[in-house]
Design a protein around this ligand. Structure first.
Ligand SMILES: [Zn+2]
Length: 112
């Protein structure tokens, strides 16, 4: 079997995914995610590379919809926007499993 390699999306593709998702976490529905580019610009403006916590908590993360470990591709259509805390707790669960678990815990479940 051929060995698979994780590919990182280009900056432009990352922005495409986040804009496509309306800057909204696809698990909990929290919106107004910040793009990495905006974070970088903001830091430049402040002349620092340390970002205030309240901004950091709004940074969008990209998640494999079908986990890489389960054969998910590293392509735009297999990425979605999640907030940091959702991405952390999703781990290598599939989106369905993750949403199921959120329901069981009585957490918000985002639907379009
Ligand atoms: Zn979230």
């Amino acid at each position: 079997m051929k060995e698979r390699k994780r590919k990182r999306l280009s900056k432009r593709d990352r922005i495409k995914v986040i804009e496509r998702d309306n800057r909204t976490c696809q698990a909990c529905g929290k919106g107004d995610r910040i793009l990495y580019q905006e974070v970088l610009d903001y830091c430049k403006e402040l002349g620092t590379d340390i970002l205030p916590d309240e901004m950091m908590s709004r940074v969008a993360e990209l998640d494999h919809i079908v986990p890489f470990s389960c054969g998910g591709e590293c392509a735009i259509h297999n990425f979605q926007t999640l907030c940091g805390s959702c991405n952390n707790s999703k781990g290598s669960l599939s989106m369905e499993e993750f949403m199921e678990r959120r329901k069981e815990k009585g957490l918000e479940v985002f639907s379009i």
